[in-house]
Ligand binder design. Structure first.
Ligand code: ADP
Ligand code: MG
Length: 590
């Protein structure tokens, strides 16, 4: 074997430099800034534009926390208010420099957002909604009642702008430039490591965890980013209007931000701008109706409901979905090389050593004192009748359940008390009995998440290397040509293969497969069998749960049998399958 065989292959996927690819965006942004600076708007139009620009930045925040990460925040107006009051009180009362106050606004909201996030994000859905509503109400009460500091209901007047942008027109141009910059960052966030983690958490928290993502931390980051964008937007808003009061930052405004986000399309900053623009403009368009009481609100409400009813992903979601589907068929995925699995070999002969493992659910002993030793480079099967504790064992191994007792050592490292993402970093890869893919992503993006696991020595630096590795894994399972398609367009059997590819891309030391053959037809089972052989041929250690005896007896050298949570047999395959206890557990004692 030559030395070059050990090197990571040069990426076949090479993209143009970032600057060149994104040049059209910056030219477009520059034109908008020039227009904002140069057009002579009257005061009324100027105000509407200023409002739309600053609100859009706040709505960007929701597109991060809700659109990307799937967490609700019903207090965005509170963060917006934090920013507005920081700049308002800072420049008007304390006579501080505008820029200093704007940075302060971001810092305060960052801390507030991170704090609120850390204290609540372990809670799910409804609780998170309730806590953010309460936070919003508290902030409003403080704004109204802490008169000594906030001036109470009177609000803060005489807020100053920076020297550089004294005229409203130039200040608008400045805000449009900020919108373009923040919009650029938010737009590209999904393609960064953090952005991919957020999308994975939104699509499937469990799968995100076992693919090496720290779920809680990712959520806190998303929440803090959202809060900072709210604070920045609020600070800009205060400078623009020179006056702020508590009613501008109430719960109703938080709901308005949310509606803007959902209406335009929560998944993208373009949607934020569309939604914000529309919700600010629709009332202006409908002003002629204001003479008839109630009619205006009815039409306004109806249009919002209709748009959301027929475009559940918002206006931009509707457009971009069509685009993704079209692109999947027109844009050929890059050609990939052969996947190399190089499982780590630091420990001894035994890759996984499980001793006395138990998992009790109340009185039910789902797993009860089980020992398993998986030899390096072997295929080891874990079998047993339905409900015998196989999946539970796997869930305890990968950290989704905490062991009641026992010890798990992976390649010399005690992983018994690690979080799922830490076990993945330590070299564990797995698939699920009921498929858990990231459903809003393409096959390639799913596998990229796996490839990105911390400690994956098989990928070089940068996005191209990541794509390269993911393409190799997808090609290895036979789906390379369909890499750009969304998960929903794959058959059940192929979705299983994508899950396997996702685990393989991470170059695990040990691969855990939970009933990979379940739900497959006979052709697909044969293909799977052949795939397992190719994986094993590269020396990867596999612990496989299966029902299919043919598969097990042909593929596995070693079998552990569970029944009622206890190990009833263990050893070389043929001997175990003939063991009388195993025969009776499967076929009944008769
Ligand atoms: P297998 O994968 O071998 O079919 P499982 O590990 O899924 O079996 O289940 C073993 C036993 O544990 C079953 O009786 C099941 O009902 C129970 N069980 C599994 N998960 C839970 C849970 N989260 N809470 C309570 N009981 C559970
Ligand atoms: Mg199971």
């Amino acid at each position: 074997m030559s030395a070059s065989d050990n090197m990571i292959p040069a990426p076949a996927v090479r993209s143009k430099p970032l600057i060149i690819r994104h040049l059209p965006y910056f030219i477009g942004a520059a034109v908008l800034v020039a227009l904002a600076a140069g057009m002579q708007f009257d005061g009324y139009i100027l105000n509407i534009l200023l409002q739309a620009t600053t609100f859009s930045i706040a709505v960007f925040g929701l597109s991060v926390v809700l659109g990307l990460c799937g967490q609700i925040n019903l207090a965005q107006a509170a963060f917006f208010g934090f920013g507005a009051y920081a700049v308002g009180l800072g420049t008007a009362d304390l006579h501080l420099n505008f820029w200093l106050c704007l940075v302060g606004a971001c810092a305060i909201t960052l801390v507030a957002g991170a704090f609120l996030g850390m204290s609540t994000l372990r809670l799910g859905g409804h609780y998170l909604a309730m806590v953010t509503i309460s936070f919003q109400q508290i902030v409003t009460l403080v704004m109204i009642n802490a008169v000594g500091v906030t001036h109470g209901p009177d609000g803060v007047a005489n807020i100053r702008r920076p020297e550089l942008f004294q005229s409203s027109q130039s200040y608008l141009a400045f805000c449009v430039a900020m919108l373009a910059i923040v919009g650029y960052l938010v737009w590209h966030l999904p393609d960064t490591k953090l952005g991919r983690a957020m999308r994975a958490v939104r699509d499937n928290e469990l799968a995100a965890g076992v693919n090496g993502i720290d779920v809680f931390r990712t959520k806190v980051y998303a929440f803090a980013v959202c809060a900072v964008l709210g604070g920045l937007a609020g600070g800009l808003f205060a400078g623009g209007f020179a006056y702020v009061s508590p009613d501008q930052f109430s719960f109703a405004e938080s709901i308005q931000f949310l509606t803007m986000s959902l209406l335009g399309g929560v998944a993208s900053p373009i949607g934020s701008v569309i939604g914000t623009g529309l919700l600010i403009l629709i009332p202006e368009w409908l002003r002629f109706l204001k003479s008839v009481p109630g009619l205006y609100l009815a039409i306004y409400g109806l249009s919002v409901i209709l748009i959301i009813r027929f475009m559940p992903d918002g206006i931009w979601g509707f457009v971009s979905d069509a685009f993704t589907r079209w692109r999947a068929h027109t844009k050929a995925p890059p050609v990939a090389g052969a996947l190399q699995l190089r499982p780590a070999t630091t420990g001894g002969d035994i890759v996984l050593e499980v001793t006395g493992l138990s998992k009790h659910f109340g009185g039910l002993k789902a797993v009860d004192g089980v020992d398993i030793a998986v030899k390096r480079g072997s295929v080891h099967a874990l079998i047993g009748p339905n409900g015998s504790g196989k999946t539970t064992t796997l869930n305890v191994l990968s950290g989704l359940y905490k062991a009641t007792s026992g010890k798990i050592v992976l390649d010399g490292t005690d992983i018994t008390n690690m979080a799922p993402h830490q076990r993945t970093a330590a070299g564990l890869g797995r698939t699920f009995q009921n498929i858990r893919l990231f459903r809003s992503m393409t096959a390639l993006e799913n596998v990229e998440i796996g490839a990105e696991r911390p400690g994956n020595t098989m990928i070089g630096k940068g996005d191209d290397a990541l794509t390269e590795r993911a393409m190799e894994a997808l090609t290895f399972v036979g789906l390379g040509s369909r890499a750009n398609e969304l998960i929903s367009s794959f058959s059940y059997g192929h979705q299983r293969l994508i899950e396997i590819a996702r685990a393989l891309a991470s170059n695990p030391t040990l691969l855990l497969l939970d009933e990979p053959a379940a739900g497959l037809n006979s052709t697909e089972k044969l293909e799977l069998h052949e795939l397992l052989k190719r994986i094993a041929a590269q020396g990867l250690t596999i612990l496989i749960i299966d029902h299919d005896m043919t598969l097990v007896s042909e593929a596995a050298q070693h079998i552990t049998v569970l029944n009622f949570g206890r190990r009833i047999a263990d050893g070389e395959s043929m001997a175990v399958l003939r063991h009388p206890d195993v025969v009776s557990a499967y076929l009944g004692s008769e």
